[in-house]
Write a protein that binds this ligand. Structure first.
Ligand code: FAD
Length: 553
């Protein structure tokens, strides 16, 4: 070795490129080698669906950096087409194959960063090895899909898996002019979200021509002409010219496992807060590592680009002897589904339930901007918080506009350890084209804080759907609204008539109050409780009941 400290980074995309560039900024004298088995470094995997759709027209736009660019600016020794075959920890040496030269060589290191990413899961379905069955992870995958699209004989596609990538690919193939069937084994799209929130996406998918098969898996693929015949678990068959598998990823741990590095219970490489593996000379970052869920503290796999970049950066800090402490991943993510956007931060209600973590929730359906300014659209927001102290646990939102802003605000609030009481005081930018004087984020804080202060009790949607003995649903919407969308079994008293009709209400009954979105129900509950009635308000209102019904349909 040259005598200079040699840092070797395995994997040249998000985590690896970040680690290598940061290492150079911190250690001008080090020798830094970046090994990437594919032909490209630092490409935009997140942009791949948008080139399929044609939104990103120029494929070159996906190449955020080139080996030459990295060499020039950061003096990195970038070796594309070089695959690391093995890590000899005792000798601090890698076995590397130069794929182009078809040669192998040893490469010693002082510090090693493993950033090999994740591999798409290929379900063990007969026929899944058909050449028209693809996954989408790399530019080569992209090119293979585009080759079929450009052959001119592709009219139908099957996307298997309706997670973030599956939804984006379904949209992309639709925009590329194909008829798309989206097949998802779970009864909802986007498992990361709660079912009633994800259900808002269903009409948007079908409105755009996507044929949705929920609670259905692909049992087999068989050749049919140049294309495929997929048989579904329901027994139905679908013909297609290509299929894209998007059923998730698993951490790429082949090297780490063979080298005897510790893996965590989720199967990712175990690292400490400084991204150091069980070997002090080896760091790891990105989709390959197990992280701590920043909210629940549980070990988790949360393969996202932001965390991968930040972890790579931190690994470089740690290697340079700087204080470095990764603060966990909270799973902030967003997805465009045609005209709608869904985004989330923190764990879902499903996850909190599974972990037995106490939680409460409110729903708000506010406008993305002031209702009196043209073009306002609803933001459906679900806020999860700890009922003991109001601390934020998570949030999900769906809407046409303004979803990213609300979830980003809440992501910061959550990370800062804020409570629903803090949300009441957030001062967010407002003018009619952009927001409301009471932003949906403030309103979610008001609703949850009102409940925690005991100003109103919240009703469970389950109870409103199936009232228990001693409960009665009171609908305070106008007769016109009720006629359009009645709640079966509800006693209807419009809010503006409530004070005059209190005598008609049963006194020995708990009133479960509903209105369109929960706002008038709150006012009704304030009247009722101050007049001695027992009552609970359904936050989210009838809108929530319809979302839940859509999730069950
Ligand atoms: P990768 O980016 O996968 O890079 C790992 C690299 O290591 C690969 O290039 C691989 O070839 C190389 N490698 C592996 N083993 C070896 C070896 N033995 N020798 C040499 N090289 C090796 N995340 C978001 O947050 N938002 C999004 O919108 C988003 N959209 C996405 C869309 C798609 C289609 C995909 C596929 C992913 C998307 N992601 C998104 C996820 C995001 O891309 C990943 O979280 C991120 O790329 C992880 O970075 P990484 O460096 O850990 O792994």
């Amino acid at each position: 070795m040259s005598g200079r400290k040699r840092i070797v980074v395995v994997g040249g995309v998000a985590a690896g490129a970040s680690a290598a560039c940061r290492a150079r900024r911190l250690e001008e004298d080090a020798e830094i080698v970046l090994l990437e088995r594919g032909p490209h470094v630092s490409f935009a995997n997140c942009g791949l669906p948008y080139h399929i759709s044609g939104t990103i027209r120029d494929r070159a736009q996906l190449l955020v950096q080139t080996p030459e660019g990295l060499a020039a600016r950061f003096a990195l020794d970038v070796r594309v087409g070089h695959e690391v075959l093995a890590v000899d920890r005792a000798a601090r040496r890698l076995r590397v194959r130069d794929r182009r030269a078809e040669a192998e060589y040893d490469l010693p290191y002082d510090r090693l960063v493993l950033a090999p990413g994740a591999a798409p899961v290929r379900p063990k379905v007969p026929g899944a090895d058909h050449p028209r069955v693809f996954t989408l992870r790399s530019l080569e995958d992209l090119d293979a899909i585009l080759a079929v699209l450009r052959s001119g004989d592709a009219g139908r596609a099957i996307v298997v898996g309706a997670g973030y990538v599956g939804l984006e690919v379904a949209e992309a193939l639709t925009f590329a002019g194909l008829e798309v069937s989206l097949v998802e084994a779970l009864p909802q799209v986007l498992a990361a979200a709660d079912p009633e929130m994800a259900a808002l996406l269903k009409p948007e998918l079908t409105r755009n021509g996507v044929d949705l098969f929920l609670g259905t898996s692909v049992a087999s693929f068989a050749p049919r002409g140049d294309g495929l015949l997929a048989t579904l678990s329901s027994g139905a068959t679908l013909e297609a010219d290509l299929a894209v598998l998007a059923v998730g990823v698993r951490p790429e741990t082949t090297l780490a496992r063979a080298a005897g590095l510790e893996l965590g219970p989720t199967g990712g490489i175990r690292v400490d807060a400084a991204m150091r593996t069980s070997d002090e000379a080896i760091f790891a970052a990105g989709d390959a590592v197990e992280v701590v869920d920043a909210v629940t503290g549980a070990p988790a796999l949360l393969p996202l680009a932001g965390p991968a970049n930040r972890q790579g950066r931190l690994a470089a800090d740690a290697m340079a002897g700087r204080p470095a402490a990764y603060r966990g991943t909270q799973g902030t993510a967003i997805c465009k589904v045609f005209e709608l956007t869904i985004a989330a931060t923190g764990p879902s209600e499903k996850t909190l339930k599974r972990l037995g973590r106490p939680h409460a929730k409110v729903y708000v359906h506010g406008g993305d901007h002031a209702g009196y300014y043209p073009g306002a659209t609803p933001v459906h927001l679900k806020l999860l918080y700890d009922p003991r102290d109001g601390r934020l646990l998570g949030a999900q939102a769906v809407g046409a506009k303004g979803v990213d802003k609300r979830i980003d605000v809440l992501a910061v609030a959550l990370r800062a350890g804020m409570t629903v009481f803090d949300l009441e005081h957030l001062e967010l930018c407002y003018a009619p084209p952009y927001g409301s004087a009471k932003d949906p984020v403030n309103v979610a804080g008001f609703v949850a804080a009102n409940a925690l202060r005991g100003d109103v009790l919240l009703a469970d949607a389950e109870d409103v759907e199936r009232p228990k003995p001693g409960q009665l649903v009171l609908d305070v919407r106008t007769p016109a609204e009720v006629a359009q969308d009645p709640v079966p079994g509800a006693l209807c008293v419009p809010l503006d008539e409530l004070r005059g009709r209190l005598g008609a209400l049963p006194e020995d009954t708990e009133l479960l109050v509903v209105c369109a979105v929960g706002q008038r129900g709150y006012v009704a509950c304030r009247i009722l409780s101050q007049r001695g009635f027992r009552c609970r308000n359904l936050s989210g209102g009838v809108r929530l009941l319809r979302m839940r019904a859509a999730a069950r349909a």
